[in-house]
Every structure is written in structure tokens, then in C-alpha cells.
Design a protein around this ligand. Sequence first.
Ligand code: PPE
Length: 308
Amino acid sequence: MPITPTKKIWMDGQMVDWDQANVHVLSHGLHYGTGAFEGIRAYPTSSGVAVFRLREHMARLLRSCRVLMFDIPYTLDELCDAVTETVRVNDVPNGCYIRPLVYLGYGEMGVNPLLAPVNVAVAVWPWGAYLGDEGVAKGVRMKISSWRRHDPNAMPTAAKATGHYLNSSLAKVEALKAGYDEAIMLGPDGRVSECTGENLFVVRDGVILTPPPSEAGALAGITLDSVVTIAQDQGYTVRFEALARTDLYLADEAFLTGTAAEVVPIASVDDRPVGDGTPGPITTAIKSIYHDAVRGDVERYRSWLTQV
Ligand code: PPE
């Protein structure tokens, strides 16, 4: 998806012009995937642009750094301020996607990361529906990937590390080349893990099920957490449960969640329609409440928003 440039990118405490936000080609992260990042969205609300669950995202970034042993020179408050400041200076009244990135920079080569400088950047740009407007409206066609998700003892899946996404890219390309919209990956144990950039839910007999992220080697999604709260507040039962491939084929409803993707119905898995192949009632209800919550239109969830 093409990037629409904005004005400034926050780099190590400085606001740098978009076109000047460069790094050296021998930066450590470029060679070894030594980075950690976040994906956040800011939305237009009746009282101006607001960032959705900012603190939770930046806390997860710090947890990623802890797992990867990156000595990040900023506090949680400083990182949150860097985000709100970047959103503010870029003047994005319709909201934006926000990409905080911690990466090992220039000065050291070799896989030992401990001596490489730790750099931090925050960029924002307007980003539309990650899986397309039609996918959001009608549901996306999913394929179970031949690529397995990481074994948590090979890659620390609790960290949102840049290097992890080579696996996602392989699965995404396989799915797209085969004519699908997105891939579902099974974990090393053969149970359902997650998608290339989203968590996954199914609905069966009115109960909402999703794999427990740490056991499934999936990212503990913040959208997942928001959706679980919304669903429980609506009176639905939500269970964290291991899912087999056939649970996807036999689901009454299924949907994806992620910051970039938001809440997206699944129309089919491996060419088997989910339910009747159109978005089901529980998916539609949750998608609609999420849509309103991120825009500040649900009083109960106002505390999820940080005004910039
Ligand atoms: N799993 C993966 C692998 C993942 O990358 C994401 C977010 C999620 C689950 C959902 O997490 P959360 O956003 O906290 O609900 N993927 C981000 C990156 C997408 C990209 O292509 O870049 C995102 O949605 O921002």
C-alpha cells in the first residue's frame, strides 16, 4: 500500500522533514531485523483528533524492547508525548496511522546487538482500510498458509519485532498469489495462531472464541483486547481456546482484528464459506461498536482515547 507523505517524522527527539528522515545503509536493523515497532491509529472525534489506546501500545513497545534487550533511552511518558506531538505537527484532521519504530542503528556490524545504538522514530500518515473497503464490507477470503507461525522458542512472538515479519510477508504473498485476501497461519503445534498482521476470532453457537495469544504464538493484540471488552460488555461469552483448522471451516461467523485492519469479517476459509458467506450478526455488532468507540462516540470507552 503506497504511503502518503506527511510533513515531519520524530527521530530521536528531533522533528525531521519527511524527505530527510534517512538512515545509513549499514544500520544494524536493516541487516538483521533488529527492531521493534507499533502500529497505532488516531481518529477524528467530536473534540479533535485522538489516539486510540496510546499508552497500551507504547507499553507493548517497551515490553518488546525488554524481550529483545534493547536499551531504549525514553520513558513511557516520553514515548507517548513523542506520538501526540508527531500527530499534532502533521495536521491530520481525518486521523492517521502511527508507526513508532525502535531500531538498532549504524556503528556496529555482526549479529551481536548489544553495542549497536538504539534509535527511535515515530512517523504518521493517512492509511485507509488495510484489507480494502470491500473486504471490510463483505468479508475477506482467507487461505490457511503453508508457512507456520513462529515457534515461540525460535522467535519471541510476544515481542512485535521487525524481523518476525519476514514470516508474515511469505504467508501474505502465498495467499495473494493464490487469489486470496489474507493468510491464516497455524502454529508449530498445528493449532490456529494468527494472520499476517491480525488476530482471529470465530463464533460458534453464540460463543466467541479466540486462541490464547501466548500459547498460540500470536501477538497479544490491543484490538483483540478491545473487542473482548466490547463483546463481554454486550453480554457475549468470550473464551480463549485452542482452535483446530476445522473449527474455522465449521464456524458460524469469523472475523479478524488489528489496528491497521480494524474489525474485518471473514467470508471464507480455504474456499469454504463461513456461515452463509456474509458477515454474521455478532461480527456486525462488534464491528459497529468498535467503529464508534475509536471515534469517541461510545461514552463507556472514551478513556481509550488520548486527545492530541
Ligand atoms: N498479529 C500480528 C502479527 C500483527 O502484526 C498485529 C498488528 C496484530 C496481530 C494485531 O495487533 P493489534 O494491532 O495490537 O490489535 N499488526 C500491525 C502491523 C500491520 C502492518 O502491516 O504493518 C497493525 O495492525 O498496525
